[in-house]
Design a protein around this ligand. Structure first.
Ligand code: ADP
Ligand code: ZN
Ligand code: ZN
Length: 742
């Protein structure tokens, strides 16, 4: 090792910098590399860090630099392209580099553990005459089953598989003892290269538009291009992904598929499993640290690997990555809402760019950002305008509920429509944007309303058990029988939630099952599984649910979809309200009539003449979104400008404002050196929900049409903020490209 080496290390601290160390004394024969973990002294603690950079000298005199305690790894555990992506994220999201590592990496890696991959035992046949075994095992059917299974898989059968089939234990032991099976342990799944075709089932014959989309992507497999695949619901976007992936696997490349949090349904995963003979890693929060770690290492080392995961899987190193796919790219769950507030979709585009590969962003309702990138020529727009397999688009109908009495939120025309569909043996899906029984509990005598004591918001009434719950801080308390203020005996509810409609529908249609699907009813995994099984069995039923029902599901028997209250988006305080409303209505509607039977959608509204609502219903999302983009351009709102939001909160109501005033002063003084008004500063103002979970919240908005100017300012600003005393009295955060301003 060269003398005078200085190692720049990322450490889990909130400071926006790397830390410099000297190599441990007496390690002259070892060449450190970026991506190797080290154990270092830090204050009076020991921390695990990652070498990011190696230099020949330091600004700090070497007698003041400390030595690394020891190297944890012999070779890098993080490949160079990932180091580059993490660096990029730290800079773009203005997040401390050490904390980027904490966000990106599985826990065992961060803790400095050395056993990162599980070993798995694989069973192979010994070179024994098979017929003999079959003959000998006639009266031991379970042993015979094992031998047959292993005969079919010359590459070996894992212990995991044997266990899944219930063949472990005595039968397994017998065949091993008889010498017919041998066990070997591997960290990588042994593969018989070239012996297996990539495909496990035949692909579908593509429509012309699908073929065009697949061709466009596969023609640029070795270069960066960002495609926006805009396909109406049920148009067969997934089939396009599958056939693109097939081409990548044929070249022994791997793929990364990002899906929304609730997109990781068994339905989706099965389509990938059924199509390909390739290992699939599923990365989501439900897996244990060890499992995640194992898949992470496997993806980094193996070929032909399919990684399907939610937001954080964007940080997984993948060997020979050939394409990135982001399904439902408009979905909000791709944006992390605390810590490092990154967008996995946007990082996907950066990663594809760094790697020199294509990325496909798919959606029936693309975000205005992505549509804007198509008009400006940065993305290539691919469209699927019709549903696959001959299904027709559902008919949308507005129902005026201004002067109609409602039962559990349902108008008479809707009740009649449900009745007709159930009698015909079909399924019905009802969307409500509110879980619980009712969003308001109040007293008609004195106008008392049940409020959360820790948040500026109302409490929601829930049944079973009857309780008031805050949907913002999670507070729960029992619902009072009498008004706490005037002691009136009768409290009334206002508005309806899923539990209320569920009750009404069960009373109206006693012969049919009602399945409520929201966060409360699906907290156990088996509950959701059982309900999906019931829906897929095709028996007539009514589903009542929130967003969870809106996304990705393919329910072939649903012929009627109802949206109980379409209006909330029309009056949202957020400038993105209309975009969200259009996406939600379109996605929910898209669950209707996905196979041979035509679908119908009833949208209840108090605003039947609202021009935007009518545009959406009559012309569809594309044309609606085009209008919204024009409005954003006139208002110079994102995506026509770039925004950064500083948030601060504290239990002391004056601290956030004071801190943000100081931030504003520094930002203004820094901005003086830039071209006039290149960065506009708005605020500080109190957040829409000022008090939340007992903390007072304020925010400061920075905006600019020039991304580079804005980022230069931010980088300097953040280093100054770290020094502020007032910064220590608040929790503060930076949100680059914020998606909501609350
Ligand atoms: P999307 O993801 O666009 O909503 P899906 O990929 O789920 O749509 O496709 C909807 C249905 O159409 C699925 O059942 C799928 O198997 C079927 N499908 C897709 N492409 C074709 C095709 N080319 N021919 C026949 N059926 C298709
Ligand atoms: Zn009262
Ligand atoms: Zn609360």
């Amino acid at each position: 090792m060269e003398k005078n080496l200085v190692l720049r290390v990322a450490l889990p601290t909130p400071l926006r910098r790397l830390f410099e160390y000297l190599p441990p004394p007496g390690t002259l024969d070892f060449s450190p590399l970026p991506g190797i973990r080290v154990s270092v002294p830090f204050g009076n603690r020991k921390l695990v860090g990652f070498i990011i950079d190696i230099a020949n000298r330091s600004e700090i005199p070497s007698n003041r630099l400390k030595h690394i305690e020891h190297f944890i790894d012999k070779k890098p555990v993080i490949p160079e392209d990932m180091i580059k992506l993490y660096q990029w994220s730290a800079h773009y999201y203005q997040h401390p580099i050490g904390e980027v590592y904490s966000t990106a990496l599985p826990a065992p890696l961060r803790r400095g553990e050395i056993e990162l991959r599980r070993k798995e035992i694989y069973y192979h046949l010994t070179t024994l005459d098979n017929d003999l075994a079959h003959e000998n095992l006639k009266r031991a059917p379970r042993q015979l089953e094992i031998v047959r299974l292993v005969t079919k898989h010359p590459e070996g059968v894992s212990h995991h598989t044997i266990k899944a089939l219930g063949l472990q234990g005595a039968p397994l032991k017998s065949v091993i003892d008889k010498g017919w099976l041998e066990a070997k342990s591997f960290t990588n799944q042994p593969q018989h290269k070239n012996s297996k075709s990539v495909l496990a089932e035949a692909p579908l014959t593509l429509s012309e538009e699908q073929q065009l989309a697949v061709n466009s992507v596969t023609q640029s497999l070795e270069q960066f291009t960002c495609f926006l695949l805009e396909g109406v619901t049920g148009s067969g976007k997934t089939e396009v992904y599958l056939q693109v992936i097939e081409q990548v696997l044929r070249k022994r490349g791997s793929v990364l598929v990002l899906v929304p949090e609730i997109g990781l349904t068994p339905q989706t995963v099965n389509r990938f499993k059924q199509r390909f003979n390739a290992p699939i890693a599923l990365l989501h929060s439900g897996r244990s640290d060890k499992e995640r770690m194992h898949d992470w290492m496997a993806a980094a080392e193996e070929e032909c690997y399919i990684v399907i995961g939610t937001r954080s899987s964007i940080f997984t190193p993948i060997n020979n990555l050939g394409v990135i796919i982001v399904d439902e790219e408009h979905d909000l769950s791709f944006k992390q809402q605390d810590g490092m507030r990154y967008s996995a979709r946007d990082l996907g585009v950066i990663r594809a760019h760094h790697t020199g590969i294509p990325i496909v962003l798919g959606s029936a309702t693309p975000s205005l950002e992505s549509l804007h990138n198509c008009t400006s020529g940065r993305y290539q727009h691919l469209q699927l305008s019709t549903r696959a397999g001959g299904a027709s688009q559902p008919k949308l109908l507005l129902t005026d509920i201004r002067s109609r009495p409602l039962q559990g939120g349902l108008s008479q025309p809707l009740i009649d429509a449900i009745s007709k569909q159930l009698d015909a043996g079909h399924q019905v899906l009802i969307f409500i944007n509110q879980r619980g029984f009712a969003p308001v509990l109040m007293c008609h005598q004195c106008n008392w309303i049940a409020q959360c004591s820790r948040c500026d918001t109302r409490l929601t009434l829930h049944l079973n058990p009857t309780q008031l719950r805050c949907h913002h801080c999670g507070a729960q308390r029992s619902a009072p029988r009498n008004c706490p203020d005037c002691h009136a005996v009768e409290l009334k509810t206002l508005g309806v939630g899923t539990e209320c409609s569920e009750q009404t529908i069960a009373q109206l249609f006693p012969g049919f099952p009602v399945l409520r699907i929201d966060r409360d009813s699906t907290s156990s995994k088996t509950a959701m599984k059982n309900m999906l099984a019931q829906i897929n069995s095709g028996t007539p039923c009514v589903m009542v649910g929130t967003q969870m029902l809106a996304k990705g599901h393919h329910f072939p028997k649903v012929t009627l979809v109802a949206i109980l209250e379409a209006d909330y988006g029309l009056f949202s305080a957020d400038f993105r309200g209309l975009e969200r409303m259009g996406q939600l209505i379109t996605q929910v509607s898209g669950r209707a009539g996905r196979e041979d039977k035509p679908g119908e959608v009833i949208i209840q509204t108090h605003q039947p003449d609202h021009p935007m609502l009518n545009k959406l219903i009559k012309e569809g999302y594309s044309s609606y979104a085009c209008n919204l983009l024009k409005e954003r351009e006139i208002g110079q709102l994102p995506p026509y400008c770039h925004a950064v939001l500083f948030r601060a909160e504290s239990v002391q109501h004056h601290h956030p404002g004071e801190f943000l005033e100081e931030v504003k002063d520094i930002a203004e003084s820094l901005a003086v050196h830039q071209q006039p008004s290149a960065v506009e500063i708005f605020g500080p103002i109190q957040a829409t929900m000022y008090k939340r979970a007992g903390r007072f919240r304020s925010q400061l908005l920075l905006q600019s049409t020039d991304r580079k100017t804005l980022h230069e300012l931010l980088t300097r600003l953040c280093l100054e903020i770290e020094k502020l005393k007032s910064a220590r009295k608040v929790r503060w955060s930076i949100d680059v490209d914020p998606l909501d301003c609350f």
